[in-house]
Design a protein around this ligand. Structure first.
Ligand SMILES: N[C@@H](CCC(=O)N[C@@H](CS)C(=O)NCC(=O)O)C(=O)O
Length: 277
C-alpha cells in the first residue's frame, strides 16, 4: 500500500434478504454513485420497493433526512445513523448509503451496492445477471471498480503525490481500456445490458462534472472518448435512468461536503455540456 493512499471501509452488512421486496425499504442519497447503482436497477427492473432519499449535504452527523423531498416515511429517522444503531448498537464504522432495510425485522440487511443490485435483479427475474455471464460481469466489474470507480476517490483523497499519481494513472488506463472494449461491442459484456453496465454508469455520469475537477482526474473528460460517450448516452436514455441522476445534488454533495478539498464550498458552474443529457 502506497503511503497516503485512501482506503474505503468494507461494507459491514452483507446478508441475504428474508422475504420479498414488499418487506424491504431502500435508503439512498442520489448524490452518491453507489446509491445511484441501486436506484437505477430499481428503476429499470420496475422493482416495487419503497425508497427514501437523504439530503446531499453531509456533515459530521452523517446522511440526514431534512424534510421536503428528503424524508424517511418508514421509520421517521432524522439521520441514517439511527438505522445503523438500531441494527447493531456496537456499530462503529462510517454510516454509508445505500442501505437495504428489513421493515419486519427492523434492521439493515445489506449496505453493499454490488450486492443490493444482485438482490434487486433476483427479485425481478434475473435478466441483468444471467448465470452464463456472471463470471464475465464480475471480472469486468472488478477491474473497473478497482482502477476507475474507486480510483477516482483514491485520486481525490490522496495524501501524497505518489498515491495520487498512481490513482490517476489507474483511472486513465481504465478509461482507455473501456474505450477500446466499447469499440466493437455496444455494452461491456456484449449486446445486452447487464449489471456490469449499471454498476459503472454512475461514475461516468459524475466524471466531467465532479471527478475531473474536484478529484483532480483532469487527464481527459468523458466527452473526449467517443465510444464511452456513445455508451453513456445510450444507457442514460434507457427508461427511468435519467430520473435517478440529480446533477444539482451530485454537485452540492461533493463540492460542499469535502471541506479539505473545497473549503470555500463554491460549486463550479460547469460543465456547460455533459454530452449525454
Ligand atoms: N461499498 C459501499 C460504499 C458506499 C459508500 O462509500 N457510500 C458513501 C457515499 S458515496 C458514503 O455513504 N460515505 C459515508 C461516509 O464516508 O461517511 C457500496 O458500494 O455500497
Amino acid at each position: 500500500m502506497t503511503s497516503g493512499a485512501f482506503v474505503r471501509q468494507k461494507s459491514q452488512f452483507r446478508d441475504r434478504p428474508e422475504g420479498g421486496p414488499d418487506r424491504h425499504h431502500l435508503y439512498v442519497a442520489l448524490a452518491c454513485p453507489w446509491s445511484q447503482r441501486a436506484a437505477i436497477v430499481r428503476a429499470v427492473t420496475g422493482l416495487e420497493i419503497g425508497i427514501s432519499y437523504a439530503h446531499p449535504y453531509r456533515d459530521e452527523r452523517g446522511w440526514a433526512f431534512t424534510g421536503d423531498r428528503f424524508t424517511d416515511d418508514v421509520n421517521g429517522f432524522a439521520f441514517l445513523q439511527q438505522a445503523y444503531d438500531s441494527s447493531d448498537p456496537s456499530f462503529e464504522g462510517r454510516v454509508s448509503v445505500p442501505v437495504l432495510w428489513d421493515k419486519e425485522a427492523g434492521r439493515i440487511v445489506n449496505n453493499e451496492s454490488a450486492d443490493i443490485v444482485v438482490i434487486f435483479d433476483e427479485w425481478t427475474g434475473g435478466t441483468l445477471y444471467p448465470a452464463d455471464k456472471r463470471a464475465e460481469i464480475d471480472e469486468v466489474g472488478a477491474w473497473i471498480y478497482e482502477a476507475f470507480q474507486n480510483g477516482v476517490y483514491r485520486a481525490g483523497f490522496s495524501r501524497s503525490q505518489r498515491a495520487y499519481d498512481e490513482a490517476f494513472a489507474g483511472v486513465f488506463s481504465a478509461l482507455d481500456r473501456m474505450e477500446a472494449l466499447l469499440a466493437d461491442r455496444r455494452y461491456l459484456t456484449g449486446d445486452a445490458i447487464t449489471l456490469a453496465d449499471w454498476r459503472l454508469l454512475p461514475t461516468l455520469l459524475r466524471f466531467d462534472a465532479v471527478y475531473h475537477t474536484h478529484f483532480r482526474c483532469n487527464g481527459r473528460r468523458l466527452i473526449e472518448y467517443p465510444n464511452l460517450l456513445r455508451y453513456t448516452r445510450d444507457l442514460y436514455a434507457q427508461p427511468g435512468v435519467a430520473d435517478t441522476f440529480a446533477l444539482d445534488e451530485v454537485k452540492e454533495h461533493y463540492y460542499t461536503t469535502h471541506d479539505e478539498l473545497n473549503p470555500k464550498r463554491i460549486i463550479p458552474a460547469g460543465p456547460l455540456d455533459l454530452g449525454f443529457t
